[in-house]
Ligand binder design. Structure first.
Ligand code: IDP
Ligand code: MG
Length: 159
């Protein structure tokens, strides 16, 4: 089924510090996904804790919160048909050490905790996480001319 979704992507502090923002955003744009929100931000501790609250009891949680608040991140809202799953596949496996070549984590990193990127793992998580990172109006609903060539629109829905 072709459902247009918007997902939250975070370029983590290591991606920003290593100057990889442009090359990572290029992966999403080249794939045909649409950027509908973008901002560089320093995450307050409370936001990092809420964002990763499902991992609160895990041993890596304190270090993860420290990492995510150590330096700016870039938050992106990325839209497209099935964008949640497509973004997860573009990102690759969680650990840089075994992420497949061709994926963002596979091509740009080796670390298991400094793994460059976050992406929502379900449509429900995407809704929750976009609300955490983007205020109303910060996600911009804009019409992309290229949609007519990115998708087959002949049936009335993007295929
Ligand atoms: P995901 O980012 O691929 O969805 P999750 O299992 O949701 O992976 O974990 C969230 C984040 O926590 C990871 O992206 C990584 O930064 C960190 N993390 C997960 N497992 C470990 C671990 O075993 N050691 C160190 N950091 C970890
Ligand atoms: Mg996750």
């Amino acid at each position: 089924m072709s459902t247009v979704q918007t997902t939250l992507i975070l370029l983590k502090p290591d991606a920003v510090q290593r100057g990889l923002m442009g090359r990572i955003i290029d992966r999403f744009e080249s794939k045909g996904l649409q950027i509908v929100g973008a901002k560089l931000m320093q995450i307050p501790r409370s936001l990092a804790e809420r964002h990763y609250e499902a991992h609160r009891s895990r041993p890596f949680y304190p270090g993860l919160v420290r990492f995510m608040t150590s330096s700016p991140v870039m938050a992106l809202a990325v839209r497209g048909v099935n964008s949640v799953a497509i973004c997860r596949r573009l990102m690759g496996a969680t650990f840089g050490s075994n992420a497949e070549p061709g994926t963002i984590r596979g091509d740009f990193g080796v670390s298991n905790s400094f793994n460059l990127i976050h992406g929502s793992d379900s449509p429900e998580a995407a809704v929750r996480e976009l609300e955490l990172f983007f205020a109303p109006g910060e996600v911009v609903d804009w019409t992309r001319g290229a949609d007519a060539w990115v998708y087959d629109l002949s049936s009335g829905t993007p295929e």
